[in-house]
Design a protein around this ligand. Structure first.
Ligand code: GLN
Ligand code: ZN
Length: 758
């Protein structure tokens, strides 16, 4: 009989309990003991829900206070000395690595963060050093297994695999990954031995790195590691789990190794079925078949899934999710405002458990086609295709008739920038921010009140305008050169846009973990996209009316809106991107008409959906993604300055696309990645203006003037002074106001000193 499994479950909780818990611990409002007790309750609830839905392979250790990559660092003692030297207990060392630490004369930055493959989840980047004593250190994985066992759930602990851990780590440029293989293998073996001692039956080792382009060295290292790990006959059965793509580079090697099971993704892994077809699968292994999409929120198409299962049914199968359910919201039950007519097409994490259960039932039923669950599911799948509510023929036509010239501005950059400089008249090294300003509990409360109808639109407008007025004053006091309106009206840079675009559905509680305690609430792209009305212009022109300095209008770009939403699956992404691009174009032109001279179109998430395989990058993504950005602004006057912004930017491999975006100014999140992208831009003759982030806003730490000067001087050395802007990294809204003001003041003061020196 086929069994069912989940790779991982959302850990934040139905009501984002984890966020509140961890934040109160960090604010010293609750003790470690209370944190652990309440977290235990949360974990227990998640295990029970899965058990009640008949899931047979339930994970433990998929929970984390902050990030599972960080958990793994603690587990194998990959803790950089700067954190060890703080002399904190294990939990506080953990949070120091996650968030940085500043107290008395101690001042340590947080580890870098990066996006987890092609998701919007961020992991903390391990820093490996040769003199680290990599060995078994932590006990969370054991502890959680026992916690679950105590309430009668025999779980499979999960663990990020050694090759994935290694390849995502930062090592010094003189070293090669090979040098770390033995160290890591030994530490993992220690972990496995201990799990064995505890009587654990299954262990899920996750190696998503296997779905990326592998080098010979990677394959060699993989074999070295796992030959060693699987050498001893142990009671423990290891499931090698992959996700986010297919394992074309290493499939046959996987079959040769002595795994109990192999987990493959049949949603995003386009070649996995082909591989099985061509090379077969092992008779003595179990295939974990990832069918229920862990990344998108649409109901599973049972016909599609069962067809796949039927093709491989001669093997021992377990029906699985395609990846951890971490990337989808918790439950549709919390969506009280979303109309039933939409909800019926959706499945969040809890509903996906039900789908696994039903798929199992149907797969075991020879007459599944007559099973009412199958019939009902297929009915829903079919009528989504026919739903006419959000089909806009005019938009579809506009997209159809787009031509090459519709992506390019009329004048060249050289010509534009001269005019822009005349209009803007800014000092050297102009200072600015990336858009948002700190959002307090109060603002969030007011926005909620407005949404619930507890205050009317007049009152709301007055409140937001008061905030804008205040932030303009603050920025004038700090003496920034280009101001922003602060984004107070926005819950989130994508959700807010979704609210004003037809074709989007907004959820009430559809939170997904983005990093640590921060969640995002991606809107759902349900149909064709069309702007309802101008929605940023009033706020932004009000802000401009309060200052003589130029005010930078702030928009979210089409690629970021697309990448941070749950996309429909019945239309190519390319077409969705153009639809959004055209809607944003209308907003850009309205801002320009309202007298806004600088418009920033954030493409924070450009890199995020780069296909896993490099050879697909251009054709399957970048070629249209860049055009969707350009369609937003090709119509503006040469005097209007277009900025764009990008997060976590590694440019080396997409430099020609960055150039072709043709933005007059690009601001980039840079503080955490040692400014190396500036070298890349310079080496590639990037000729437009650049604003690298000069400090990391993710940490409450306030950099001093001298620290700023060092960074800024470094930047000047690398780039033409006349093309540089000075700004912090993005996301100021997450900081407390006092922290932001202090840091920005230091930033501006240091620029002023430097201006005198140059
Ligand atoms: N304008 C946004 C901000 O400053 C950009 C956020 C981002 O890059 N993620 O918050
Ligand atoms: Zn950013």
């Amino acid at each position: 009989m086929v069994k069912i499994s989940t790779i991982g479950f959302p850990r934040i909780g139905e009501k984002r309990e984890l966020k509140k818990l961890v934040e109160s611990y960090l604010k010293n409002e609750i003790s470690q003991n209370e944190l652990e007790l309440k977290a235990k309750k949360l974990k227990e609830r998640h295990w029970k829900i899965q058990k009640n839905n008949g899931i047979e392979f339930i994970s433990s250790n998929d929970f984390s206070y902050y990030d599972t990559m960080l958990d793994t660092m603690i587990l194998i003692n990959a803790i950089p000395t700067q954190y060890k030297e703080l002399g904190l207990n294990e939990l506080d060392t953990y949070f120091a690595m996650a968030k940085g630490y500043q107290s008395g004369n101690k001042d340590v930055k947080a580890l870098a963060m990066k996006k987890w493959f092609n998701t919007n989840y961020h992991y903390l980047v391990p820093e490996l050093k040769k003199d680290m004593e990599i060995k078994l250190n932590g006990n969370k994985i054991f502890y959680e297994y026992l916690e679950a066992k105590k309430i009668g759930v025999d779980t499979k602990p999960v663990l990020i695999g050694p090759l994935t851990f290694l390849k995502l780590s930062k090592i010094s440029s003189e070293e090669s990954y090979d040098e770390y293989v033995q160290m890591l293998t030994s530490a993992y073996i220690e972990v496995i031995d201990k799990l064995n001692e505890l009587g654990v039956e299954y262990l899920q080792i996750e190696e998503p790195i296997l779905v990326t382009d592998l080098t010979e060295e990677d394959i060699k290292n993989f074999k070295l590691i796992y030959n060693e790990i699987l050498k001893d006959e142990s009671k423990l059965k290891i499931i090698l789990q992959t996700y986010f793509g297919d394992v074309r580079d290493i499939y046959r090697e996987l079959l040769d190794l002595n795994f109990y099971g192999i987990g493959l993704d049949f949603v995003e892994g386009e070649k996995n079925l082909e591989l099985i077809d061509k090379y077969g699968f092992s008779e003595n292994k179990t295939l974990f078949v990832g069918l229920v999409n862990g990344k998108n929120i649409w109901k599973n198409d049972y016909k599609k899934s069962i067809d796949i299962l039927n093709k491989i049914k001669k093997y021992t199968l377990v029906i699985n999710t395609s990846c951890s359910l971490l990337h989808v919201p918790y439950t549709l039950k919390s969506e009280t405002k979303l109309a039933k007519k939409y909800k019926r097409y959706l499945a969040f994490a809890e509903e996906k458990l039900k789908e696994l259960e039903e798929l199992k039932e149907l797969f075991c039923d020879e007459n599944y086609k007559e099973n009412s669950k199958f019939i009902q599911n297929q009915g829903i799948i079919k009528d989504k295709k026919e739903l006419a509510e959000f089909q806009f023929e005019d938009v579809r036509n506009e997209v159809k008739v787009l031509k090459e010239e519709d992506f390019n501005r009329k004048e060249k950059f050289e010509e534009r920038i001269i005019k822009q400089k005349e209009v803007l008249n800014l000092p050297k090294l102009p200072t600015t921010t990336i858009g948002s300003f700190p959002q307090t509990v109060e603002i969030r409360k007011i926005r909620r009140k407005y949404k619930n109808g507890d205050i009317n639109s007049k009152e709301y407008e007055m409140y937001i305008k008061e905030k804008i007025k205040n932030v303009i004053q603050i920025q004038e006091e700090i003496d920034l050169d280009v101001l922003v309106h602060g984004e107070f009206e926005r819950t989130d840079m994508v959700e807010y846009f979704g609210e004003y675009l037809e074709g989007f559905l907004i959820t009430e509680n559809g939170w997904v973990q983005s990093y640590g305690t921060r969640g995002v609430k991606p809107p759902i792209i349900f149909g064709d996209i069309k702007r309802k009305k101008a929605f940023t212009v009033d706020w932004i022109s009000y802000a401009q009316s309060l200052t003589k300095k130029p005010l930078k209008g702030m928009l979210t770009g089409p690629i970021t809106i697309l990448n941070w939403s749950f996309p429909r699956e019945d239309l190519p992404l390319e077409e969705i991107a153009y639809q959004i691009g055209l809607a944003i174009q209308e907003e850009v032109l309205d801002l320009e008409r309202a007298g806004i001279k600088i418009i920033q179109i954030d493409e924070a998430a450009l890199r995020e959906k780069l296909p896993i395989r490099k050879k697909d990058w251009k054709e399957k993504y970048l070629d249209w993604a860049i055009k969707a950005f350009k369609v937003t602004n090709f119509k503006v006057d040469l005097k209007t300055q277009i900025h764009t912004h990008m997060c976590y930017s590694e440019f080396e491999d997409i430099i020609s696309e960055i150039k072709s975006m043709d933005a007059d100014v690009i601001t980039i999140e840079a503080a955490k990645s040692d400014l190396s992208m500036l070298d890349v831009l310079a080496e590639n003759n990037y000729d437009k203006e650049i604003g690298p982030g000069v400090y990391d806003i993710h940490s409450p730490r306030v950099p001093g003037i001298d620290e700023f000067k060092i960074v800024i001087k470094k930047i000047i050395e690398k780039n033409d002074l006349n093309k540089l802007w000075i700004n912090p990294d993005c996301g100021l809204k997450t900081r407390a106001e006092s922290e932001a003001i202090k840091s920005l003041k230091n930033m501006v003061a240091s620029v002023k000193e430097i201006r005198k020196e140059i």
